[in-house]
Design a protein around this ligand. Structure first.
Ligand SMILES: CC(=O)N[C@H]1[C@@H](OP(=O)(O)O)O[C@H](CO)[C@@H](O)[C@@H]1O
Ligand SMILES: [Mg+2]
Length: 528
């Protein structure tokens, strides 16, 4: 690092003093806090992104969003060259620079890290960072802070992709690094043409009834609604109505995937007229999707088709596809066995895990957060991961894809039979298994980091004695399951409970919330 570079970091960072008395950490999905205290953090993550770009000699993504959090919060997360999340190896550096009290200390941390990582400033391939943001009003000024951080690294450039969804930004970063077209229209084109390819596998058009074709989407009053409007234009034959577009309501307030999944009631703007119709909810940055239907006009209680059910549908379908390929000993002939893995977190409904296990699937459990699930899924030839709240995707290994390409003709002619065979409605899909009743609570404690967990967050090892107290409660409930963990996106401890009836799940969650209060010191608790 030359003197010019050092003085650039010192002078620009003096414009962004860190907030006093606050310790931020790169949580489940980047930094999140009240937007008013994030300028300095976002500026510093801008520096980190430019360094990551130099280190990987690739384009890096920065997304300014607080997803499902309330509108006054914001946050920032880094996207790695592959389109995934920032490698976890860099998170300690993110934490340390975010909390460095002075420009001099910040510079020292950067210098040490640059030396450790062997980052070179020879100008051969300058840093490039793609920036995206959700619809939060604080997004504009945080975007400026990120740009300032990026331009504190000599030669680095920031490309503003505007208001985009989180999946769009990840896709754009990946496409850029593969030398492919990476504009928003290219994204829509890829999604719609892939969808058309799937439909083309069904001879004589779709078997789905006209009424089943209608989909009403709750856009969470966020970015997803506008983007879905754009995508709709290139999607023929799908009858999509979008509500909660943000023109009137407030982001994530009584709307969106997080609300729907945790409250299990209709979001705003939905009502008795929607009985029996297939509905879906996105979250604030449109990287979560859950489906639901309203079974009866007399109540706003919904039948939820959550991330676990989406995962199950994919798992059933892909397992069938793989077994077709095995028929006739084809895979054996090749000496190749594709490994299919299903990845869940402790929040997965126990009934889904049982169902998947009965199908003979290999199931892995990771801590909460896409970064953990994605990493685990990448260990398989086909890795399917979903959080119960609707984050997820399917990963195919390069090896599997090239093997599949070689078998292309064979697969195309056989897979038609499977799709015709299905022709499922949302009710049929939902009926794959019955969810166990569950309840989530948040407990506001004095210091949530006092809770330390193990075994994919299913056991609290600190504070001492808390797990024993929780176990004693669980033992009182048939089919009871319960765990606590500190949230990585909000200043709360989360309680999750499952039991054989809703009353029992509620009561177990409430008792364990009280235990959390007693051990950790409460600041008052609330549901969901
Ligand atoms: C119980 C729950 O839904 N937790 C969510 C939530 O994380 P917490 O660390 O629980 O606050 O936000 C994450 C990011 O959106 C998401 O990945 C995760 O599943
Ligand atoms: Mg989100």
């Amino acid at each position: 690092m030359n003197d010019h570079q050092k003085s650039l970091i010192l002078s620009s960072s003096s414009q962004f003093p860190p907030p006093q008395g606050v310790k931020l950490s790169y949580g489940t999905s980047g930094f999140r806090a009240d937007a008013s205290i994030l300028q300095s953090t976002v500026f510093r993550v801008g520096i980190l992104a430019a360094l990551r770009s130099l280190r990987t000699q690739s384009v890096i993504g920065l997304m300014i969003t607080a997803s499902h959090n309330q509108v006054s919060d914001n946050g920032i997360k880094v996207g790695d060259p592959s389109g995934g999340m920032l490698t976890q190896d860099w998170e300690p550096f993110a934490d340390s620079i975010a909390n460095a009290p002075t420009p001099q200390e910040l510079l020292q941390l950067v210098e040490e890290f640059v030396a450790k990582e062997g980052i070179r400033f020879d100008g051969s391939r300058p840093a490039k960072v793609l920036l995206g943001r959700d619809t939060r009003p604080s997004g504009d000024s945080l975007l400026e802070a990120a740009k300032q951080g990026i331009s504190s690294i000599v030669g680095a450039s920031a490309v503003d992709m505007g208001i985009v969804t989180t999946p769009q930004l990840h896709w754009m970063v990946r496409a850029k690094n593969k030398g492919l077209k990476a504009a928003e229209l290219d994204y829509f084109e890829q999604l719609s043409s892939s969808y058309r390819c799937l439909l083309d596998l069904i001879p004589n058009g779709s078997k789905v009834e006209k009424a089943e074709n209608k989909l009403v989407v709750d856009g969470a009053n966020g970015v997803g609604s506008e983007k879905l409007e754009g995508l709709k234009k290139s999607l023929d034959g799908l009858d999509i109505e979008i509500r909660n577009t943000g023109k009137e309501g407030v982001l994530n307030e009584g709307v969106g995937a997080d609300f729907v999944q945790k409250e299990k009631i209709l979001p705003q703007e939905f009502g008795p007229k929607d009985v029996g119709i297939r509905c879906a909810s996105l979250d604030g940055d449109a990287d979560r999707l859950v489906y639901f239907t309203l079974p009866s006009e007399s109540s706003s209680k919904i039948d939820l088709v959550d991330g676990d059910k989406i995962l199950t549908l994919f798992a059933v379908f892909i397992k069938e596809q793989l077994s077709i390929l095995t028929e006739g000993g084809q895979m054996v002939e090749d000496g190749y066995h594709a490994r299919l893995g299903v990845i869940q977190t402790a929040y997965a409904n126990g009934a889904s895990t049982n169902y998947l296990r009965q199908l003979g699937l290999e199931i892995a459990l990771t801590p909460t957060g896409v970064k953990y699930l994605h990493e685990k899924a990448a260990e398989y030839d086909v890795g399917i991961y979903f959080e119960a709240n609707g984050h997820g995707t399917i990963l195919f290994s390069d090896h599997f894809l090239s093997w599949l390409e070689a078998k292309n003709n064979e697969l195309a002619s056989r897979s038609k039979a499977i799709l015709i065979h299905k022709g499922w409605s949302i009710c049929k899909w939902n009926g794959l298994y019955q969810d166990l009743p569950s309840r989530q609570l948040k407990v506001k404690v004095i210091d949530r980091t006092a809770v330390v967990t193990e075994n994919a967050e299913t056991i609290a090892v600190k504070p001492p004695g808390i797990q024993e107290a929780i176990n004693a409660e669980i033992a009182k409930y048939p089919c009871g399951r319960c765990f606590i963990r500190p949230s990585g996106t909000e200043d709360v401890v989360r309680v999750y409970a499952e039991a054989s009836t809703q009353e029992a799940a509620d009561s177990l969650a409430n008792s364990v919330a009280k235990i959390a209060d007693q051990f950790l010191g409460s600041r008052s608790s609330s549901s969901v």
